[in-house]
Write a protein that binds this ligand. Structure first.
Ligand code: VGL
Ligand code: ZN
Length: 207
């Protein structure tokens, strides 16, 4: 077991981000068995779940004339437009069927408000609205978080950076993540995470 002050955060391991889904991340399903094995080693496991209302402002289809993967300006900053994905209650928003949910104590849903996206499991894209995850972890005495899941360059990146900002010692396990990699976003994500003090680790190095 990993010490009780360390939590595992599994980011968005949902059908729409796996092969066959509407915003499939290449190899997204390959991490499920790793994550299941990892989950058994932690006393605190939290899952995040992308959970958008229909017509969400992050969907290209909500912006006439715009196509997926274009970027637009939103009041809170730049927003990449995505194919419709993870509509709340849909099969695409469900967790991958092979993900072992029994290990998780909490599910944090994010991106729930129509006008604001949330890559981060901690704070929405307006950078002011908390999900409550930081308080949940702190109240349970968590000091270190290990972040895995999808996608490395978006939701894992933002979640890990916010964990570090909230004062958690933060680790990302590279093999237990997969990336979208849009115009160099994966390389940029590692630069950003590293600059925040997030540690890039391999599974074998985790104790
Ligand atoms: C994600 C794009 C849109 C992710 C979520 O989980 O990385 N990416 N919504
Ligand atoms: Zn989303």
């Amino acid at each position: 077991m990993i010490d009780a002050r360390t939590a595992l955060i599994v980011v968005d391991l949902q059908n729409d981000f796996c092969p066959g889904g509407s915003l499939a991340v290449s190899g997204g399903d390959e991490i499920v068995s790793l994550v299941n094995a990892l989950g058994k080693r932690f006393g605190t496991v939290v899952l995040t779940q992308d959970w958008h209302p229909e017509g969400h402002s992050s969907f290209a289809s909500s912006h006439p004339g715009k196509a997926p993967f274009e970027t637009i300006a939103m009041p809170y900053g730049a927003q990449v437009l995505w194919p419709e994905h993870c509509v709340r209650g849909s099969a695409g928003a469900a967790f991958h069927p092979a993900l072992d949910l029994s290990m998780a104590q909490a599910v944090i849903r994010k991106g729930c408000r129509g006008e604001v996206d949330s890559y981060s499991g901690f704070v929405e894209a307006d950078r002011t609205t908390p999900t409550g995850l930081a308080g949940y972890l702190k109240e349970r005495g968590v000091a270190r978080v290990v972040v895995v899941g999808l996608a490395t360059d978006f939701c894992v990146n933002w979640t890990a950076q916010d964990a570090a900002r909230h004062g958690f010692e933060t680790v990302v396990i590279e093999e237990a993540c997969r990336a979208i990699d849009l115009d160099g976003s994966l390389d940029r994500a590692w630069v950003e995470m590293t600059a925040r003090g997030v540690r890039r680790m391999q599974l074998a190095d985790l104790h």
